[in-house]
Ligand binder design. Structure first.
Ligand code: GLV
Length: 321
């Protein structure tokens, strides 16, 4: 069984995989798309990183490929519909990303609300001009405020529990409404997308990216949010129209934003860097030692489970698309 990994990291998490199969991975640097295109014809399993495109072109070059094990919960880098059509199964790593991503979303929410990064930045670089005193650097409370969660999957639910511990009310919008028992247990209220925009003091995006969710937060959506609202995106960049967001922040359609993911790759549009009411992080939602190791273990378990049938495999099914 030949396994091709596009990256080289957390080898400890892949020990069992290396012991069992013939695994190829790069040394430190990732394989390029061209390199993978060259190698793929002889491989049975592909393990891509979440930003590695597994498109039709690549799949068509892979006659032996049976399984794709993504290193991520998100799978928008893979043409899953085409892979499934070709009889290739696809899996992701949902469990290890839940807590770190929900923790980051809560952290970013508090950061923007209480202006933590902004104050830190000013103390460092505007020491002489920064205004200090009890009426300056006033933030907003999260306690007693309404958090709107767009996408009530595993991460949305984990964020919901954390936010409730901080005394927030939770409303949510999702493709499918949760069943009543789960809503009661989580103490959340389902609302339409329009109501989510109108009623949220904080709006956290926790939905997967797909052609249907492209720019779901566009100019119209931003205009219908509260002018005091704070937007948090830890999902995928293109869910938000980043140029429209700049405009909304400059014109006070909303109060602030925090982004861990950007529409056009690794960096935000430059105008965002100029705005004080924005916190930006470089896709660190799952960037903890523990999460990275556990994601590696999950990729490894997914591959072994798929081949041997001896453990759980986190398969992506067509109804999830
Ligand atoms: C990270 O972005 C993931 O999808 O796991």
């Amino acid at each position: 069984m030949k396994v091709l990994m596009t990256y080289d990291m957390y080898r400890d998490g892949f020990i069992e995989l290396f012991e069992r199969y013939d695994v190829t991975h790069p040394e430190r640097k990732d394989f390029s798309f061209e390199e993978v295109m060259e190698m793929i014809p002889s491989y049975d399993v592909l393990c891509p990183m979440f930003n590695f495109p597994v498109n039709k072109e690549l799949i068509d070059k892979a006659p032996k490929l049976r399984f794709i094990a993504n290193y991520a919960v998100g799978y928008n880098n893979i043409d899953v519909a085409y892979a499934l059509k070709r009889g290739i199964a696809v899996a992701n790593t949902p469990d290890p990303v839940i807590a770190p991503t929900a923790n980051l979303a809560l952290g970013l929410m508090i950061d923007v609300a209480r202006r933590i990064t902004e104050c830190d930045r000013k103390l460092r670089i505007q020491r002489d001009t920064m205004k200090i005193g009890i009426l300056n650097n006033m933030g907003t409370s999260i306690t007693g405020q309404t958090l709107g969660i767009l996408g009530m999957g595993r991460i949305g639910k984990a964020l919901c529990k954390r936010a409730r511990a901080c005394g927030m009310e939770i409303i949510y919008h999702n493709r499918r409404q949760l069943d009543i028992e789960e809503e009661t247990k989580l103490n959340v209220t389902y609302v339409s997308f329009d109501d989510l925009l109108k009623k949220s003091d904080f709006l956290s995006i926790n939905a997967p990216y797909s052609p249907e969710t492209y720019h779901i937060i566009d100019e119209k959506a931003l205009k219908s949010m509260k002018s005091s609202a704070i937007l948090i995106n830890t999902a995928r960049g293109a869910l938000v129209d980043e140029h429209a967001l700049v405009n909304a922040l400059k014109n006070n359609y909303i109060r602030g934003a925090a982004l861990d993911v950007f529409e056009f790759g690794d960096f935000p549009v430059p105008e965002l860097l100029e705005l004080e009411n924005v916190v930006l992080t470089p896709h660190i939602g799952t960037q903890t030692e523990r999460a990275r190791f556990e994601m590696a273990k999950t990729v490894s378990n997914n591959v072994i489970g798929f081949i041997e049938g001896d453990r759980k495999v986190f398969l992506i099914t067509s109804w999830m698309l």
